[in-house]
Design a protein around this ligand. Structure first.
Ligand SMILES: NC(=O)c1ccc[n+]([C@@H]2O[C@H](COP(=O)([O-])OP(=O)(O)OC[C@H]3O[C@@H](n4cnc5c(N)ncnc54)[C@H](O)[C@@H]3O)[C@@H](O)[C@H]2O)c1
Length: 438
């Protein structure tokens, strides 16, 4: 065991990758390039057509080239229905759902994928679940599927960083948890074909928990940074300066505050622990604190504008807020769970006109504007995402931006702008967590 699968065996090994999104498509393509016979399956017909025609949108560097290579090698076929294979890799969504006021993992997609696989399964097949799931889920699925068939089942959580998926898919260490040792070892053989990082084997429940612990660690750390930001505003210090200085300590690494935590992982995964344990008290508090940040930002916007208004300007025309960046993190197109959605929703409720500008975003609940229309006659710019574009504005560009604004005010919730440069062109600059200039 543990030896890499020889190339002639790869051609004969059929792998069905279920779910061709951010994770499944690169994984399927990578396996096809390694020589496996791969069937990529997605229930979304449009997605399948876009992959076949290479017209899907992506900001992942080199993904288009990889998929093109995989399809033209003849090793990757994409379709809407699974077919019989030796190995099934499951990469379907596992979002959060609210039931009776409690957030839980929505296993609908995973259960549907398993239901579709069931009639295809044969003795000796290996199923690998990459989707993030609450502890105990792999064992529950095994109990259902192994009633009639002798299958192998492992959980191999994905830990890639969006925006850098192709490199991390290959270089990251992986944890594989099997329902038994054979399952874990069989899964390892598949990943060894392209992973250069270390592969650690364990049981399924531990692997499930490891993935959730990694993201929870980050969520709790960000919550601490957010709490420090709130305190900094209260006591009149700049949290960014304070965190930088505290991080000079060799054993301290405080993450950055911001307008909230978004994305498909960090803002969701801690709930999958909370749903399984009464002891997850710190984890719940951290989650709630991070979820409170969009409202904190909205209150700050209101306070800044109220303080600027001279009293005679009593209730007047709608103020315009220009939001820069609505994706959940910088330089990616993903808007899932983005705190921007909550910020925009609350601002609209408060009676503001909101115009969002984000040239990276793939889709959003609210209309997107180009830069000029977003800032035309605007009362305030609010940066919610650390896209490189906003850091790169030079004096000439900022002068143009300033000339279009009604009030020259900016709130930077990510601390990415050159504050003096914006001040030079006439902006009043506010930064989340900077209590020295609140
Ligand atoms: N995106 C990330 O960076 C990331 C990182 C680590 C882990 N994960 C986890 O990986 C899993 C997949 O995430 P993603 O970001 O790739 O999701 P995604 O939404 O981008 O893609 C999932 C795809 O699965 C398809 N699908 C849904 N049900 C299906 C079914 N029954 N059969 C076939 N296809 C089906 C959807 O149409 C979609 O195209 C999730 O559990 C997520 O938490 C994601």
């Amino acid at each position: 065991m543990g030896e890499q699968i020889k190339s002639e065996n790869k051609e004969n090994k059929k792998i069905c990758v279920i779910g061709l999104g951010y994770i499944g498509l690169p994984t399927a393509s990578m396996l096809a390039i390694q020589g496996f016979n791969v069937i990529g399956v997605d229930i979304n017909k449009k997605r399948v057509e876009e992959i076949k025609n290479l017209t899907f949108k992506t900001t992942e560097k080199d993904l288009m080239t990889l998929v093109k290579g995989a399809i033209s090698s003849g090793n990757l076929k994409v379709q809407t229905k699974p077919e019989k294979a030796d190995v099934y890799i499951i990469c379907v969504p596992t979002p959060c759902i609210e039931i009776d006021g409690e957030k839980k993992c929505d296993l609908t997609y995973l259960n549907e994928a398993m239901k579709n696989l069931r009639p295809l399964l044969e003795d000796g097949n290996l199923i690998i679940i990459e989707s993030t799931i609450p502890p105990g889920t792999t064992e529950e699925i095994y109990n259902l599927l192994s009633e009639n068939k002798k299958i192998h089942l492992a959980h191999c959580p994905e830990r890639v960083l969006p925006g850098n998926i192709l490199r991390e898919l290959v270089e990251n260490d992986r944890v594989i948890g099997g329902v038994d040792e054979t399952s874990a070892k069989m899964a390892k053989e598949i990943y060894e074909s392209f992973v250069v990082g270390k592969i650690y084997l364990t049981d399924a429940k531990t692997a499930e928990m490891v993935k959730l612990m990694e993201n929870t660690y980050r969520d709790v750390n960000i919550a601490l940074a957010n709490e420090f930001a709130k305190i900094a505003e209260e006591i009149g210090i700049d949290v960014w300066e304070a965190i930088k200085l505290a991080n000079q300590h060799p054993r301290v690494n405080i993450l950055k505050p911001g307008p909230g935590v978004g994305g498909h992982c960090i803002s969701i995964d801690p709930w999958f622990i909370i749903e399984k344990s009464k002891n997850a008290k710190l984890i719940r508090t951290a989650r709630e604190l991070n979820d409170s940040m969009p409202l904190f930002v909205v209150e700050k916007i209101k306070k800044i504008l109220n303080n600027m208004d001279n009293k005679k300007n009593n209730k007047k025309e709608k103020e315009i807020i220009s939001i820069f960046g609505i994706t959940y993190k910088g330089n990616v197109d993903d808007t899932r769970e983005s705190p921007a959605e909550r910020v925009v929703e609350e601002l609209i409720k408060e009676g503001f006109e909101v115009r969002c500008y984000d040239k990276y975003a793939n889709e959003f609940k609210y209309p997107l504007y180009d830069l000029d229309s977003a800032i035309e006659n605007s009362d305030m710019i609010v940066i919610l995402t650390d896209h490189d574009e906003y850091k790169s504005f030079d004096k000439e560009k900022l002068t143009k931006i300033a000339s279009k604004m009604k009030k020259k005010v900016i709130l930077d919730t990510k601390n990415i702008i050159d504050r003096n440069l914006w001040r030079d062109v006439g902006f009043k600059v506010y930064v989340l967590g900077d209590g020295k200039n609140a």
